[in-house]
Design a protein around this ligand. Structure first.
Ligand code: P6P
Length: 340
């Protein structure tokens, strides 16, 4: 039986971390992470009911990606914005579901942080009860006064102060890093609190899984095809073949490989040069976490966190997970290009 006097809540853990690592902290980052956790709890409650009430199925709206917005997408987006926009901790937001920068409403103060998020990633999986997730990144504002600007959100991932995700799966987990390790918290629905369940997550140097949508194989570069064949076991002198695991939900695929080890790849191809995933609110936060857990994240050539963004919704190829496996992909791509 769990001794509830020994549990560590998300708030307690973040406060301890701030005390240990951010002596000058005002506690604002703590409160901001807690605001996100509150939004996640509200989203989790709605997702749990998704099969019971009329929120499955597409809303009338179409989002900036030209995708039918599932009703839960709309709910998740509005819930996160409302959890953050009045607190005085945030100067601006960027969301996958909003074409433009999301300002702080008139009458509310603009704060020290910019928050970027994909409110409900993998939402096409909702109707089949597969895991979905919320992905977030937190940057310190760089504009000097008034409303936040694009400058506050178009920062390279290496300058983020924190990042994380919430996975709505068999249990609801929030995984975050503020630059000092990666830590996971599982929602205890009986008390409505996120409790520390995975302290200091580290990713093994190499893993047993590779995750990629192989139906795109014919459109990949020769280098990417060679690297994936290596994961099939065709390159035994350099690495052991791996098992394929692909859920088609970024948060679920990255979460598994973060904990067990492995590599996730969403490459560019002949149809979409930069792939499908978004830099600011999908790849950057996941790369921040991967590196904090001892892994790596590249676009196949360069570190994701070094990419200087130019647009809110720009895409990038992504290779992320165990360091040796990410390195292998980069090496094979470089060798193939050099011999072309
Ligand atoms: P594909 C979900 O729609 C998503 O944005 C990510 O969560 C996921 O990794 C990817 O797309 C899956 O894309 O082309 O393999 O279906």
């Amino acid at each position: 039986m769990l001794n509830r006097t020994l549990v560590t809540t998300l708030e307690r853990f973040i406060l301890d971390q701030e005390a240990a690592f951010h002596s000058d902290a005002s506690g604002e980052l703590t409160n901001l992470l807690y605001d996100i956790a509150l939004g996640a709890k509200l989203i989790a409650a709605q997702i749990r009911r998704a099969g019971l009430v009329d929120i499955i199925g597409t809303a009338a709206a179409i989002n900036v990606q030209g995708e039918e917005q599932q009703k839960l997408d709309v709910f998740a987006n509005e819930t996160l914005k409302n959890a953050l926009n009045h607190t005085g901790r945030v100067c601006a937001m960027a969301s996958e579901e909003d074409e433009e920068l999301v300002p702080i409403p008139d009458g509310y103060p603009a704060g020290r942080y910019a928050v970027l998020f994909d409110p409900l990633d993998g939402s096409s999986n909702i109707d089949v009860n597969a895991p979905v997730g919320t992905i977030f990144a937190i940057a310190r504002r760089v504009s000097t006064s008034g409303q936040g600007t694009l400058q506050d959100v178009l920062q390279p991932g290496r300058d983020l102060v924190a990042a994380g995700y919430v996975i709505y799966g068999s249990s609801v987990m929030m995984v975050y890093s503020a630059g000092h390790g990666v830590h996971g918290f599982t929602l205890d629905p009986t008390i409505g609190e996120f409790l520390l369940s995975h302290a200091s997550i580290t990713t093994p140097a190499t893993g047993k899984y590779y995750s990629v949508n192989e139906s795109n194989f014919g459109r990949w570069s020769l280098g990417v095809q060679r690297a994936v064949r290596g994961f099939h076991g065709d390159d035994p002198t350099r690495l052991k073949g791996k098992n394929s695991r692909y859920i088609g939900s970024l948060v679920a695929d990255v979460h598994r490989n973060l904990i067990t080890g492995g590599v996730f790849i969403y490459p560019g191809d002949s149809k979409n040069r930069d792939g499908k995933l978004r830099l600011l609110y999908e790849c950057n936060p996941m790369a921040f976490l991967a590196e904090a857990a001892g892994g790596k994240a590249t676009d196949g050539r360069r570190r994701i966190l070094d990419i200087v963004p130019s647009g809110l919704h720009q895409r990038t190829p992504l290779v992320i997970g165990s360091a040796a496996d990410v390195d292998y992909v980069g090496e094979v791509i470089a060798e193939t290009e050099a011999s072309a």
